[in-house]
Design a protein around this ligand. Structure first.
Ligand SMILES: Nc1ncnc2c1ncn2[C@@H]1O[C@H](COP(=O)(O)OP(=O)(O)O)[C@@H](O)[C@H]1O
Ligand SMILES: [Mg+2]
Length: 272
């Protein structure tokens, strides 16, 4: 059993009853705790952050605020404690219905790709909840010339973290979890970021674009907007990889983003 901070355990037990088991998830990064918590009433997935100022706390609060609008695409939020009550001021915790499944296989030829594309379409169909209208996407702005940034603006709720473990493939359902930094911007940004993840998983850029070709949020995008975004994203990923040179996965994502941007710019890729 994972042993959390006593204040966090108390906070979870306030809601779940005495814990029989608390098992850290195999995947996930960035949160102070992601675990399956088995209490009296069954098992929930819990995600917790220390309740101190900083990006990750704000991120979990945003994920909790958005949660009512996402099912059945994401599992339902069962409860949340944001530290204002109960005396456990040290933590913010959300608990979602635990679902069973496996991570998506994004490699070329994978039979999961149809299900993944179905998820991207469903993301494109989500309405923007009232409170989310001010979550304007701006992360790519500083990597683009000022004339390009209007191409990143839009009125769509965006999903930007297409890690294979954030797609949970169950027997009959497919869930998209980890809505940790949802924003509102140009609808094509969600499928575009999946394209980069597909390239990182081994697809050639043109093939990866082919995978999402049937998604309205992709094919309705002006090609020049996609070109501008690909360029800005490659710069952003290169900067991230440069800041943390020891992280092989960042280098791999930067390479994939650069390959996609080169494809958009019509530059032939070197044979490798
Ligand atoms: N509702 C859930 N039921 C079961 N497993 C989940 C659930 N939500 C997330 N997971 C698993 O836990 C992992 C970590 O959760 P995630 O929200 O991605 O946290 P992080 O923000 O730390 O990456 C996910 O990649 C997924 O494999
Ligand atoms: Mg995750």
């Amino acid at each position: 059993m994972t042993e959390p901070d006593p204040a966090l355990r108390a906070l979870i037990e306030n809601r779940s009853g005495p814990l029989r088991a608390l098992t850290a998830t195999a995947h996930g990064h960035g949160s102070d705790l992601t675990a399956l918590a088995e209490g009296e009433g069954g098992t929930v997935f819990v995600k917790a952050m220390r309740n101190r100022a900083g990006g990750r706390r704000a991120s979990l609060l945003r994920e909790i605020a958005l949660a009512p609008y996402l099912p059945p695409l994401a599992p339902p939020l069962e409860w949340a404690e944001t530290g204002e009550t109960g005396g456990q001021h040290g933590w913010v915790v959300g608990a979602w219905t635990a679902v069973e499944g496996r991570p998506a296989d994004l490699r070329p030829g994978s039979t999961d790709l149809d299900r993944v594309v179905g998820v991207v379409r469903r993301v494109g169909d989500l309405p923007v909840p009232d409170g989310a209208a001010e979550w304007a996407e701006s992360r790519w702005d500083r990597f683009a010339p000022p004339t390009d940034v209007t191409a990143f603006r839009g009125q769509a709720l965006l999903y930007t973290d297409w890690h294979p473990a954030n797609l949970i493939l169950g027997t009959d359902s497919t869930w998209l979890v980890d809505w940790s930094w949802p924003t509102v911007g140009a609808a094509y940004i969600s499928p575009a970021l999946l394209v980069v993840e597909l390239v990182a998983a081994g697809h050639a850029p043109a093939e990866a674009e082919g995978v999402v070709a049937g998604c309205p949020s992709w094919y309705e995008a002006p090609p020049m907007a996609l070109d501008a975004f690909a360029d800005a994203h490659a710069r952003m990923c290169r900067a991230a990889a440069g800041r943390r040179p020891g992280e092989a996965w960042l280098a791999a994502v930067a390479r994939a983003a650069a390959d996609w941007a080169a494809h958009r710019a019509g530059i032939p890729l070197p044979l490798s």
